[in-house]
Design a protein around this ligand. Structure first.
Ligand code: AGP
Length: 614
């Protein structure tokens, strides 16, 4: 997602835009730009990097203006560089646009425009849209509002746009479909437009939230005019903002981490978007297409990562070996890079990193690459260092993850690993077509199951209250859920500062069982899969030593429910996809315990979001 902001009025526009963009950086921060009208021309400045880079870039430039648009980008398609940064000019440079969303049919529109003599300086869909609008304006001989309306009837996709014209220096045209857009009505006829209210709320609390397929015609000093794309006039509904700045950035959630936990139905769906077709039984990962044969023929897959990404990698090991029958090793990048590992040209290395900047993972990649291995990346930040060091890869498209404790990035990584393993297994024929289609359909159903799980967190809040003062936790899981036990323990450790360990459930009797007493909460993932009966036995062993059992069970389970102290239910799903569901209650458990302990959930002590040092 990207952040957009715009202003027209009697104040200087530039400071309002820059301050607003900094407020919106949580929506994306790989490039930013502004366009301002002065002396009958649009001055456009844009730069890769954070908004601070843009500020340095515009020093000494002509930024005097009372009207302008600004944008901070989260690249989904097209590298994060100066050319692809927004705003974008039209062909004549009399128009400029900022856009948050995706124009799905931009390629066909671009082809037609090129045939009509248009030239493009970027790879973006946004530049195509502003060229289309101007093309309509001149060829149909209509005004700008009508040209925008006609164009929006032609595009397919999501948009939140603001357009300015050097020929109308007191007018902005705003429009929205699927992506958010809010218009702030200031004093003395000034107007603000932004992706959310954070850039607006300090200037005015009177806002109009555009609905889908609505166009706002905003003119300094005039009443706001709204039409829909069918040209119907709409009466603006002016609301008074009640929320505070900080809360809006977090979408009304108390912390970014909670917001990101609740974003998972969308982020998991986005990590699959455009990559599966359940009806046709297709998985299509364009980013690795040229290397799929390499993976199919791989003698070994080595997964390198750190922290939570390493836990996702461990799920990846179970997925790839179970489904593709290719041997897999999972390595802590920090260990792999120094232990003089044996790497050969038939190895495929999968590097997993949310930030794409983790120093140890980057070093491990370079080591493997130097020894001739094929490197595949699974990153969340487009254009990140790691993504640029790999031969190929798939972005997770989870959107910016601001909370230091990784949540939606983890489930997005596991989703992409599931897609990769399914795609390779299907092509290798190492799973039957019926199993492939079953797993594909179940994967497609995961977002709605996660959404249903998130409808209530009362039970997990109740359990959190009971155990918030514990000094130690044990997390146990088997098979696909052993990595989830590790991940659940890490989540608790890093934000609540309670010591916690994850173990394979069967391993408990080889030592950790000595720790168990009536003070020790034990989280056991006991879903109806694989060695379910053996997990039940492990629970009995814990009960015999007065341990307190918090069990993650499949909906409708009665056997574990009869012996556990507390249960958290997840919808039924396939074993290989269960980490996408069992990890959710563990995220919430760690979150609520940390909040109850008064910890800084989004920025835990001693931690950083991206460990770019060794
Ligand atoms: C997880 O909650 C932590 N924030 C940390 O372990 C993180 O997963 C690790 O530092 C790896 O980061 P990366 O995915 O950006 O490479």
């Amino acid at each position: 997602m990207c952040g957009i902001v715009a202003y027209v009025g009697d104040k200087e526009a530039y400071p309002i835009l820059i301050k607003g963009l900094k407020r919106l950086e949580y929506r994306g921060y790989d490039s930013s730009g502004v366009a301002l009208i002065n002396d009958g021309a649009i001055n456009l400045y844009k730069k890769q990097g954070k908004v601070a880079e843009l500020e340095s870039f515009t020093e000494g430039k002509n930024i005097i203006s009372n009207i302008g648009i600004g944008h901070t980008r989260w690249a989904t398609h097209g590298a994060p560089n100066d050319e692809n940064a927004h705003p974008h000019y039209s062909k004549s440079k009399n128009l400029a646009i900022i856009h948050n969303g995706i124009i799905e049919n931009y390629a066909s529109l671009k082809k037609e425009l090129i045939q009509r003599g248009h030239e493009f300086s970027s790879d973006t869909d946004t530049e195509v849209l502003i060229h289309l609008i101007e093309d309509i304006q001149y060829n149909a001989k209509v005004d700008l509002v009508e040209a925008v309306r006609i164009a929006l009837n032609e595009v397919i996709g999501a948009y939140a746009i603001v357009i300015i014209s050097s020929e109308q220096p007191d007018v902005m045209i705003a429009a929205k479909k699927s992506s958010p857009l809010v218009i702030g009505i200031g004093t003395d006829g000034e107007y603000f437009v932004a992706s959310d209210a954070t850039p607006i709320v300090e200037y005015t609390k009177n806002v109009v939230y555009l609905d889908d397929e609505q166009i706002g015609v905003i003119q300094k000093g005039e009443k706001l005019r709204l039409i829909d794309i069918k040209n119907q006039e709409i009466t603006p509904y002016i609301q008074e903002l009640e929320v505070h700045l900080e809360a809006i950035e977090k979408g009304g959630y108390e912390h970014f981490m909670l917001k990101e936990i609740y974003e998972q139905p969308i982020s998991i769906k986005n990590s699959m978007r455009g990559r599966i077709n359940v009806d046709k039984g297709i998985v299509s990962l364009g980013g690795i297409r040229d290397y799929e044969q390499k993976i199919i023929n791989a003698e070994r897959i080595i997964i390198v990562a750190c922290g939570t990404s390493w836990h996702a990698g461990l799920v990846g090991e179970y997925l790839f070996e179970d489904l593709t029958r290719i041997p897999v090793e999972v390595e802590y990048a920090s260990e792999f890079r120094y232990r003089n590992p044996i790497i050969n040209e038939n190895d495929v290395v999968i590097a997993i990193s949310q930030s794409g900047e983790t120093a140890d993972t980057l070093a491990a990649i370079k080591l493997a690459k130097d020894k001739g291995a094929t490197i595949i990346g699974i990153c969340n930040v487009v254009g990140s260092t790691i993504s640029r060091e790999t031969h190929c890869g798939s972005y997770t498209h989870a959107g910016p993850e601001i909370g230091v404790a990784s949540t939606k990035a983890f489930t997005a990584q596991v989703t992409v690993l599931s897609l990769m393993a399914l795609s390779i297994a299907h092509k290798k024929g190492s799973i039957s077509d019926s199993k492939f289609r079953l797993l594909l359909a179940e994967l497609d159903a995961i977002p709605s199951k996660v959404k249903r799980m998130l409808e209530s967190d009362e039970q997990v809040t109740y359990i959190s209250e009971l155990f918030k003062d514990a000094t130690n936790f044990l997390y146990l899981g088997r098979g696909y859920n052993f990595p989830v036990a590790l991940e659940g323990a890490l989540k608790l450790k890093e934000i609540s500062y309670i010591h916690a360990e994850g173990y394979p459930a069967a391993e408990m009797k080889h030592g950790p069982i000595a720790l168990i007493d009536e003070e020790m909460p034990i989280v056991v993932i006991a879903t109806k899969h694989g060695n379910y009966e053996k997990v039940v036995s492990n629970i009995e062993e814990v009960k015999a030593r007065s341990g307190k059992i918090i069990a993650i069970v499949t909906e409708g389970d009665t056997e574990v429910k009869a012996i556990a102290d507390h249960v958290l239910e997840i919808p039924a799903t396939e074993d290989s996809l269960s980490p996408l569901l069992t990890s959710i209650p563990l995220q919430l458990l760690s979150y609520h315990i940390a909040v109850m302990r008064g910890c800084n959930v989004d920025q835990p002590r001693n931690l950083a979001k991206s460990v770019t040092v060794e």
